[in-house]
Write a protein that binds this ligand. Structure first.
Ligand code: ADP
Ligand code: MG
Length: 252
């Protein structure tokens, strides 16, 4: 069974149709690539699945449950995490504190429990820190935990974003352009991390990426969007030969 099933999603922003009747399924444990020219609707689809944008039509099933019926804040608790196209970290906070923000909403700690430093809250806080450090270890940034994000080079900041998404141990991870703006060494490191996510943690990944080489290497399945519509779907080798896809990429 598929872990994620997007069915007939349509999104309008005023007169603009950002997504039109988009469907795709993602099998558990696979990496699914979402590609297409700028403005095709890729980030909007992520915004629908992570409940930032309410579609005009369609449904999203996560592990068989209808996601769009749940309140937006419930998404993290179900096991869905994401990164953003533009680095969205608090530059003045430490790396560790940024990673912790990926966890707090899924922890059963009340505001008053934390404020009064009740034992249960303190244990939860320590547990959270241990998890965050583990996530940083995983992306190779454990030694940077107590530095401010602003001190880190861009490539490392992208890995902090990944750690923040990973810290909740999501079943489904949405990566919005994980390699965008990365130099070759950082790009290879990011690709290796995504492959390890699948291999070692069994995480299901949907990845928006312009770097087609990366998509072809990592993904088992690819969906191509153009002007809000699905124009091709299938294994990467078939998709890259598809004349409609070639036209969408180089035809204009
Ligand atoms: P992609 O990620 O594929 O580059 P987006 O999903 O960001 O594309 O955008 C798809 C279209 O929807 C674009 O024309 C964009 O300008 C528009 N769009 C995205 N988000 C909004 C929004 N919140 N309000 C209005 N228009 C939006
Ligand atoms: Mg985008």
């Amino acid at each position: 069974m598929s872990l994620l099933a997007v069915e007939g999603i349509t999104v309008r922003f005023g007169g603009l149709v950002a997504l039109s009747d988009v469907s795709l399924t993602v099998a558990e444990g696979t990496i699914h690539g979402l590609i297409g020219p700028n403005g095709a609707g890729k980030s909007t689809l992520f915004n629908v699945v992570s409940r930032f944008v309410q579609p005009a039509a369609g449904q999203v099933l996560f592990d068989g449950r209808e996601l769009l019926r749940l309140p937006p804040h419930a998404v993290g608790g179900l096991g869905i995490a994401r990164t953003f196209q533009n680095v969205l970290l608090c530059q003045r906070l430490t790396v560790l504190d940024n990673v912790l923000t990926g966890l707090h909403r899924s922890l059963p700690v009340s505001f008053w429990g934390a404020a009064l430093r009740l034992p249960a809250a303190m244990r939860a806080e320590e547990h959270a820190r241990a998890r965050a450090l583990e996530a940083l270890e995983w992306v190779g940034l454990r030694p940077w935990a107590h530095r401010r994000v602003s001190e880190l080079p861009f490539g490392a900041q992208k890995r902090v974003e990944l750690a923040r998404a990973l810290v909740s141990r999501p079943r489904l991870l949405l990566l919005d352009e994980p390699a965008a703006g990365l130099a070759e060494g950082d790009r290879r490191q990011m690709a290796a991390l995504i492959a390890r996510l699948q291999r070692e943690l069994g995480t299901t990944v949907v990845m928006v990426e312009h770097d087609l080489g990366l998509v072809m290497d990592l993904c088992q399945e690819v969906t191509v969007l153009d002007f809000g519509r699905v124009i091709a779907q299938g294994p990467p080798a078939a998709v890259r030969r598809d004349p409609t896809v070639i036209a969408a990429y180089i035809g204009r």
